[in-house]
Design a protein around this ligand. Structure first.
Ligand SMILES: NC(=O)c1ccc[n+]([C@@H]2O[C@H](COP(=O)([O-])OP(=O)(O)OC[C@H]3O[C@@H](n4cnc5c(N)ncnc54)[C@H](OP(=O)(O)O)[C@@H]3O)[C@@H](O)[C@H]2O)c1
Length: 332
């Protein structure tokens, strides 16, 4: 089969090469999935350069999210059969025609979604749902300020907050992304590259401020200027590359709660919450109230993964960037 193969740390993701390698042999708890669509992530860039917290042994195939068809079921998990449409995630292996993956890291694709939509859902949607519902305790009528609102977790947060009855203020780095956010349910948009964006949020909330700030960027300090009394800030990530130090007196002044979300760590710490979150998301997906947004153009061929990662690094993308490994996959 064709796969991206990393044999040593790369200087740049554009050095990635597609090779012919054997189809992986699944262990008894694993499914063999023919990958229809792979979801690209910023951390793929770091991983192939050896700069990510996880450093897989060589050789490895990067790519953490996929959707496709089961071609060999697990011997220990009867939930999946040959031909089932599934999506899932693994530390490595998705930038390939086939992936062998533990069945517990897979779900059936909701009937309302296609492969391309499902391929980018595994990380972003539960993160955003857990942030808003478990951590920020979102309520109907809340004003929710979503930073990086056109990005992977951001766009999911816009849809989820809207579905749960909030008024959504989408904050992005360029006005070109306003239409995308409005299309996903945002009520207002601001450009956080403009110095007065926090004043605009205050205007949009009649001076009260946002009840919830969803922050995957690193904008806590500035968001404290436009947060409401009893506001909740959820730290989701640091896309701007800077980890803030926040003056604690500003947290006290407006009775603010600052909280974090680390979705990947729920497996270890609160595994019972995982299906609670997914069942809620599957319900919203089946009702058509959340629908993953796929960046256009969808890229065809594994040699296009480098283009996907370049577009992400340049902040050109919205939603999830999807790569289709092969129109006609290698025979098993
Ligand atoms: N806590 C968790 O469990 C969890 C789970 C998933 C992801 N995350 C984190 O959440 C963050 C966003 O992930 P994502 O998948 O949504 O990424 P993404 O799709 O690549 O979106 C990130 C967005 O951040 C914005 N941004 C602002 N300042 C930036 C800068 N200096 N450089 C690059 N981008 C900048 C960009 O939008 P604009 O151009 O509009 O500013 C960009 O599109 C990452 O830090 C990721 O690690 C955390």
């Amino acid at each position: 089969m064709r796969a991206i193969v990393i044999k040593s740390w790369l200087k740049d993701p554009s050095d990635m090469e597609v090779k012919d390698i054997p189809v992986p042999t699944p262990k008894e708890n694993e499914l063999l999935v023919r990958v229809d669509s792979a979801g690209a992530n910023f951390f793929d860039i770091l991983m192939v350069q050896g700069k990510y917290q996880i450093k897989p042994p060589f050789p490895f195939t990067p790519g953490a999210e996929f959707a496709g068809t089961v071609v060999r079921p697990s011997r220990t998990d009867t939930r999946f059969k040959v031909g089932d449409r599934v999506f899932g995630s693994n530390v490595t292996g998705a930038y390939a025609e086939y992936i062998a993956v533990p069945s517990i890291q897979c779900f059936h694709i909701p009937s309302t979604l296609g492969f391309e939509q499902a391929a980018g859902m595994y990380i972003t949607y539960p993160t955003s749902y857990a942030a808003l519902v478990l951590r920020a305790q979102i309520k109907h009528g809340d004003h929710v300020l979503v930073h990086a609102a056109a990005g992977g977790v951001g766009i999911a947060a816009v849809q989820i907050a809207k579905a749960l009855g909030a008024t959504v203020i989408a904050a992005v780095g360029s006005e070109g992304k306003f239409d995308i956010c409005v299309g996903q349910g945002a009520d207002h948009c601001v450009n956080y590259r403009e110095p007065d964006w926090a004043d605009k949020v205050l205007e949009m909330t009649q001076g009260r401020g946002a009840d919830i700030v969803f922050d995957p960027v690193g904008l806590i300090e500035k968001s404290l200027k436009c947060i409401a009394w009893n506001g909740r800030i959820v730290v989701v990530g640091f896309a701007a590359g800077n980890i803030e130090k926040v003056a604690a007196n500003r947290i006290l002044l407006k009775n603010v709660a600052v909280t974090g979300v680390h979705w990947g760590a729920y497996v270890k710490n609160e595994p019972d919450k995982i299906m609670e979150v997914w069942n809620a998301l599957f319900g919203l997906a089946e009702e058509g109230r959340v629908k993953p947004v796929v960046y256009e153009p969808v890229l065809y061929g594994l040699d296009k993964v480098k283009d996907a990662l370049k577009a992400i690094a340049n902040r050109e993308t919205y939603g999830k960037v999807i790569v289709k490994p092969a129109e006609t996959p290698s025979k098993l």
